[in-house]
Ligand binder design. Structure first.
Ligand SMILES: [Fe+2]
Ligand SMILES: [Fe+2]
Length: 463
C-alpha cells in the first residue's frame, strides 16, 4: 500500500509547493528563459518539493490534483483560490488536472515543467525527472517519462472519478489480502461496493475508467495490477452487457482474479529479479488458491471463482492449472487472461522494461496458445489505439467508414473512407474524408467518429 496516511499530511508543505510553483510561473512569464530570476524562483520551488519530502520521510511521491478552483490531495481539499489561483487558471488552460511530484525533481526538470505550462500543448512534453502531469486531453494518460505515451490515446473527459475509484479499489484489495493472510474473516461487502462503483463509472462513460489505470503506484504491484486489469476489462466489456448489475459482477471477477497471490510468500511475489523455475512453480498455484478461498466464502459470485481459477489457462501446455476434467474459462475468463498479460507487459517492473501498447499487442497476437483469444486481443487493440487503420467506424452523420490513416497528434480524428451512407447503402467515394477538417464558417468539425463498430466481437462474446 501507499505509505501516506492523509491524516499526517503537512498541508503547509503542500501549500509551499503550490505557491512556489505559481511564483516560478509568474517569473518565467516576466523574464526571458533561464533568466537568473527565473532560475532563482525555480530553485525555491525545487527546495519546497525537497522540504515536502523531508517532512514526509518514506513517501515516494505526492499527487496534487486541481479542479473546480480547489487543490486537493487524495480527495482531501488543501486550499482554494488565493495563491494557487494563477496556477490553477494556467493549468485549466492546458486541461491539466494535476501534478505528481517525486523527491528527485531537479532544476532542469522544473524548468521543463514551466516551459510546458507556459508555451506548449501536448507536443511540448519532454522526459522530466520527478514530475508527472495529469492532463485531460487525448493522450491524458501520459506521463513525462512514459515511453509508450504516443500509443495511449484515451479520450477522457475527467480524471477525478477514475482516480478516486482506483484508490478505493486499491484500499479494498489491501484490506482483503491482509485479512486473508492473517486468517481472518473478510468483509466481502466492500468488494461488492467498489465493484458497483467501477461499474457505475463504466456505465456512464466506458472509456473513462482507462484514465485511472496508469497511476504511479510503484509499490505493491499486485494491487495496482489487479485494479488496472479490472478497469480495462470493465471498460472493454461495458458495450456488451445489459445492465449495471452484470457489469458489476465482471468488475468483481476481474478485481479478484489474483486473490490467490496472498498465499504466495512475499519474497517470491515481490522479488525484484526474474523468477527461477521453482519459484514460478510456486506462483502457479495462485489460481487454485484463489478459487478455493472464494468458494469457501459464500458471497463470491460463481463468475469470480471461474475467473480466479481459469485466468492463466491457454490453448497449449504452457497454461495452468491443468485440471483432470476440462474447465472452460468462458468469455470473461479469456478476456481477463488477455488483459492480464497486456497489463503485465506494459508495466515497468524492476527486472524488466515496459513494452509499448503496440509492442504488447504484437506479443499477444504472436504468443502460442492464445489462438482462441485473438478476437479479444483485437477488441483490446481497437479500443486502446483509438481508431487504428482498417477499423470500421460509425460517424456522427450516420455514415459508416473505414479508417485509412491515423495521426498521433489527433488520434480521434483520422482520415477515413466512407463505405456506407446513413441509410445503409453502399457508396464508393474515392476521395477520403479528413476528420481534422473544420467548417470554414463556424469552426466546428465537419464530422466526428461516434464509435468503432463492434458487432463482430460482440457476436463472439455472446456465443
Ligand atoms: Fe494471475
Ligand atoms: Fe494477474
Amino acid at each position: 500500500m501507499s505509505t501516506e496516511p492523509v491524516a499526517t499530511l503537512h498541508y503547509d508543505r503542500v501549500e509551499d509547493v503550490v505557491r512556489t510553483l505559481a511564483a516560478s510561473l509568474s517569473n518565467a512569464r516576466l523574464y526571458p528563459p533561464r533568466h537568473p530570476r527565473v532560475t532563482e524562483a525555480v530553485r525555491t520551488f525545487v527546495g519546497a518539493v525537497g522540504l515536502f519530502f523531508t517532512a514526509h520521510a518514506g513517501w515516494e511521491w505526492v499527487r496534487i490534483q486541481y479542479g473546480g478552483n480547489v487543490v486537493s490531495h487524495r480527495g482531501v481539499p488543501l486550499g482554494e483560490g488565493g495563491s494557487c489561483k494563477d496556477l490553477m487558471e494556467r493549468f485549466e488552460a492546458h486541461d491539466c488536472k494535476g501534478l505528481v511530484f517525486r523527491a528527485n525533481i531537479d532544476d532542469e526538470s522544473a524548468h521543463t515543467l514551466l516551459d510546458w505550462l507556459l508555451e506548449n500543448e501536448q507536443k511540448g512534453f519532454r522526459p522530466t525527472n520527478g514530475v508527472r502531469v495529469l492532463t485531460g486531453r487525448a493522450g491524458e494518460a501520459s506521463t513525462m517519462d512514459l515511453e509508450a505515451r504516443e500509443n495511449l490515446f484515451f479520450k477522457v473527459p475527467e480524471l477525478r472519478v477514475p482516480l478516486s475509484v482506483h484508490e478505493g479499489a486499491i484500499d479494498v484489495l489491501d484490506m482483503l489480502m491482509r485479512e486473508l493472510r492473517g486468517g481472518r474473516n473478510i468483509d466481502y461487502g466492500s468488494v461488492l461496493d467498489v465493484s458497483e462503483r467501477i461499474a457505475a463509472v463504466a456505465m456512464e462513460n466506458d472509456t473513462q475508467l482507462l484514465a485511472g489505470m496508469n497511476l504511479p503506484y510503484d509499490d505493491d504491484y499486485t494491487y495496482n495490477h489487479s485494479v488496472n486489469v479490472c478497469m480495462i476489462v470493465t471498460s472493454l466489456i461495458q458495450p456488451f452487457v445489459t445492465g449495471r448489475e452484470q457489469l458489476s459482477k465482471v468488475a468483481e471477477a476481474a478485481l479478484l482474479h489474483d486473490l490467490g497471490k496472498c498465499r504466495i510468500p512475499g519474497e517470491i511475489l515481490n522479488k525484484k529479479a526474474a523468477l527461477t523455475s521453482e519459484e514460478f512453480e510456486v506462483i502457479q498455484a495462485h489460481p487454485e488458491y484463489g478459487a478455493q478461498m472464494l468458494l469457501e466464502y459464500a458471497g463470491a459470485d460463481p463468475l469470480t471463482v471461474q475467473v480466479a481459477y481459469c485466468h492463466h489457462m491457454r490453448d497449449d501446455e504452457f497454461g495452468y492449472p491443468k485440471p483432470d476434467v476440462p474447465v472452460s474459462p468462458g468469455p470473461i475468463g479469456n478476456l481477463v487472461a488477455v488483459v492480464d498479460m497486456f497489463e503485465a507487459l506494459t508495466a515497468k517492473r524492476p527486472y524488466k522494461k515496459s513494452f509499448s501498447v503496440a509492442q504488447a499487442l504484437k506479443i499477444l497476437l504472436t504468443t502460442q496458445g492464445m489462438e482462441t483469444k485473438k478476437p479479444l486481443i483485437r477488441l483490446l487493440f481497437d479500443r486502446l489505439t483509438c481508431f487504428p487503420p482498417g477499423a470500421e467506424v460509425l460517424l456522427d452523420s450516420g455514415e459508416r467508414a473505414t479508417v485509412v490513416k491515423a495521426f498521433s497528434e489527433t488520434p480521434d480524428r483520422p482520415i477515413v473512407k466512407v463505405t456506407e451512407d446513413a441509410d445503409g447503402n453502399d457508396v464508393d467515394i474515392t476521395v477520403p474524408l479528413d476528420l481534422r477538417l473544420r467548417d470554414g464558417d463556424n469552426g466546428d468539425y465537419l464530422n466526428t467518429i461516434k464509435h468503432v463498430i463492434l458487432e463482430p466481437v460482440s457476436s463472439i462474446l455472446s456465443a
